[in-house]
Design a protein around this ligand. Structure first.
Ligand code: HEM
Length: 399
């Protein structure tokens, strides 16, 4: 499966909204301020001082269509900044379009290699774990649903796929890679969404916040992706040496930083990340009308192909990687025979793949086909070109 390539690794997850569609987490009034910050100073009170006013002005002055055209050819980290952009937009990009000084090239290289070696597990976890988890993060679900991209989840999935694809590319952070550009485009899209969504009467009617996508929200999304996957790899006893763990964390630290989260709020260790996840992510998980609709739409995408398993198996796999509570929130129909199968077939699949058991389970090919079919579904969506362009929205979902 590894040779299906990194392209698939994050694809379903990314497609399913894990990345890109993400979350807002937040310590609400009832959970109190997070990470020890006093009320008013924690990451839930931080948006993006550099990008937000700029994008508000770009949208209000009608510059966004021209920016979308001008930056279409800006793809590689070492591409010159595109011409034809408003001067203040160019000045902003000049400031942010670089790796932070603390980025460690050796760790980033190792992270890319880890993504390649572990792509099967990452793919399943990002896809069916994080992706569906994003639908039970209400702030995320509501902003994704009511933003322009929510109206066409397939297209959105393909675009969001770009983030995961570029992050998991070998050399993603090197001059010839694309991740720094993709992250910067995403940061700008988020800034635009902060200006646009508050004008959506539909979003305002359901939101419990006035400005979406705070730094805390971005951290929540990170935990629903990186921290969640890290924990599951450990739980599943997949060989995962300390150097891989550190490298994987580092790639996420850099990614989160490029999305505009201040350094002091980015966890330094996996232990700190797990603690922050408990504070920010766990308390906010709950169902919402928008999240239930998104989950059905995302899982329904898979009905387009023969996965080699039933929808009952798919539902039960989601329950297995998330929990029955989440499955119940989303109304995923039970299939008790499939549930029993998943709980024996998946661990047996891992043991055999990892060489920890010499016995090939009878269910090996069934599970393998499932994994490959899911990969191909989203690979096909994302593979019409190497990069699906990220464009800045100019409006919201109509209704
Ligand atoms: C857009 C990634 C956090 C909401 C995007 C896009 C990417 C992305 C790649 C552009 C693709 C597209 O146009 O669909 C990420 C990553 C995050 C993150 C990696 C954190 C690790 C968040 C959070 C929220 C959010 C916390 C909301 C609470 C959105 C919305 C869009 C978007 C509404 C715009 C979709 C549109 O065009 O209408 N994100 N995101 N994202 N993201 Fe995020």
């Amino acid at each position: 499966m590894e040779n299906l390539s990194r392209r698939k690794a994050l694809s379903l997850g990314v497609a399913l909204g894990l990345v890109g569609v993400t979350s807002p987490a937040m310590a609400s009034a009832s959970t109190g301020p997070v990470t020890g910050a006093a009320a008013g100073t924690g990451p839930e009170w931080i948006w993006d001082d550099a990008a937000d006013p700029l994008m508000a002005s770009m949208l209000d002055n009608g510059h966004v269509p021209a920016i979308n055209t001008a930056w279409a050819s800006w793809v590689n980290n070492n591409d010159p900044l595109p011409s034809g952009l408003p001067a203040d937009f160019t000045a902003y990009l000049r400031q942010v379009n670089r790796l932070p000084s603390w980025a460690d090239p050796a760790k980033l290289t190792r992270a890319a290699d880890f993504n390649r070696r572990r792509d099967t597990y990452l793919f399943m976890l990002y896809g069916l774990g994080s992706g569906i988890m994003s639908t039970v993060i209400p702030r995320e679900a509501k902003s994704v649903y009511w933003s322009a991209g929510g109206a066409d989840m397939q297209d959105r999935a393909a675009k969001t796929f770009t983030f995961g694809y570029d992050l998991s590319e070998l050399g993603a952070f090197e001059p010839s890679g694309q991740f720094v550009v993709t992250a910067n485009k995403t940061r700008v899209v988020h800034a635009a969404v902060r200006h646009l969504l508050p004008r959506s009467p539909h979003w305002r009617a359901v939101a419990d916040e006035t400005i979406p996508i705070s730094a805390a929200d971005i951290l929540v999304t990170f935990h629903s992706l990186g921290t969640y996957v890290h924990r599951r790899l450990l739980d599943w006893r997949i060989p995962y040496p300390a150097a891989d763990q550190e490298a994987f964390l580092h790639s996420w630290q850099v990614a989160v930083h490029l999305l505009g989260v201040p350094y002091e709020h980015i966890p330094r260790t996996w232990a700190a990340a797990e603690k922050q996840s408990e504070q920010l992510l766990t308390p906010v998980l709950s169902p919402s009308t928008e999240g239930i609709a998104l989950a059905e739409e995302l899982l329904g995408l898979t009905a387009q192909i023969d996965l080699g398993v039933t929808r009952g198996f798919l539902n039960e796999f989601v329950r297995y990687v998330l929990s029955d509570e989440v499955g119940d929130w989303l109304g995923l129909k039970r299939d008790y025979a499939a549930a029993a199968l998943v709980r024996t077939a998946w661990p047996a699949y891992i043991l055999f793949r990892e060489g920890l058991s010499p016995v090939m389970p009878g269910t090996f090919y069934m599970v393998d086909q499932f994994v490959r079919a899911l990969a191909m579904l989203f690979l096909n969506k994302g593979s019409s070109g190497t990069t699906t362009p990220i464009t800045i929205p100019t409006g919201n979902r109509p209704a």
